[in-house]
Write a protein that binds this ligand. Structure first.
Ligand code: UDP
Length: 240
């Protein structure tokens, strides 16, 4: 049953932007290949890995809305974008010899299974990677919130948030402030009251209400996914 916390089961949230490499838009196969190799290595060690990928390398609903589009329709575009990232990662994981299933919250039977949580858990138990696409299938939500919800539903031990270009949570933007200090650990309440941009508020409060730890770390540093699942001290841990 999906609510029994499996000790070696993690939900990995991957930044969509990271998938674009330097380009900002679309998918850079070299980057996806590198990420797939790291995930494959931990799966071979017996960790159960489920994945949610963002879609910022294709479309963000809020950005399209600012340019005059209907919000809900542009959010659906955003969700469809995440599915392309899922298929790219699935391809490279399978090239590494790791069986992978994509499950989408918007049904698209030719490319993926529908989201079926109990089946997702069975896949994980069999050593398959499960990639959840199309967010929650609902406009006005984010893939961060999706990641928190899926982590809870499959009984993941923690939500591992792989970021692009930042190694943890800072007290101010490290790209603009050379004095910015990174936190080793934070409480959910600090994230909310200090408005630290770990994830959107819906995701944070969902984790807080259900005591799901969040590790924020740099995704593209070699070996970091393995460090994250093994509980080594990297990034920022958000906890009770
Ligand atoms: N989205 C949505 N509902 C969801 C998940 C995602 O509407 O449950 C849309 C939303 O428009 C969002 C886009 O998909 O901007 C891409 O996801 P996100 O911005 O979370 O990607 P990231 O910034 O993590 O790459």
């Amino acid at each position: 049953n999906g609510t029994d916390t499996a000790h070696r089961r993690y939900l990995l949230k991957l930044s969509g932007e990271a998938f674009a490499g330097g380009g900002g838009l679309g998918v850079d196969p070299d980057v996806v290949h590198a990420i797939a190799r790291e995930i494959a290595a931990v799966v071979r060690e017996g960790y159960e890995i489920a994945i949610v990928i963002g879609g910022g390398n294709f479309f963000r609903g809020a950005e399209l809305q600012m340019r005059g589009m209907d919000r809900a329709r542009s959010d659906y575009m955003g969700m469809l974008g995440t599915v392309m990232n899922c298929l790219a990662l699935q391809d490279f994981l399978e090239k590494e010899g790791i069986e992978t299933r994509v499950q989408t919250a918007i049904t698209m039977g030719q490319v993926a299974e529908p989201y079926l949580p109990l089946r997702a858990v069975r896949h994980l138990e069999k050593g398959r990677v499960v990639i959840f696409g199309a967010g929650m299938g609902m406009p006005y939500f984010s893939t961060d919130t999706t990641a928190a919800q899926r982590a809870l539903e499959i009984g993941a031990k923690a939500l591992l948030m792989g970021k692009n270009g930042v190694d943890g949570v800072y007290d101010s933007d490290p790209k603009h402030n050379t004095d910015a200090v990174m936190f080793d650990a934070l409480e959910y309440g600090d994230v909310i009251t200090r408005d630290l941009r770990v994830a959107d508020l819906t995701a944070i409060t969902l984790c807080q209400d259900n005591k799901l730890p969040i590790l924020v770390f740099e995704l593209l540093a070699e070996g970091n996914i393995a460090r994250a699942v093994k509980g080594e001290k990297i990034g920022t841990l958000v906890n009770d």
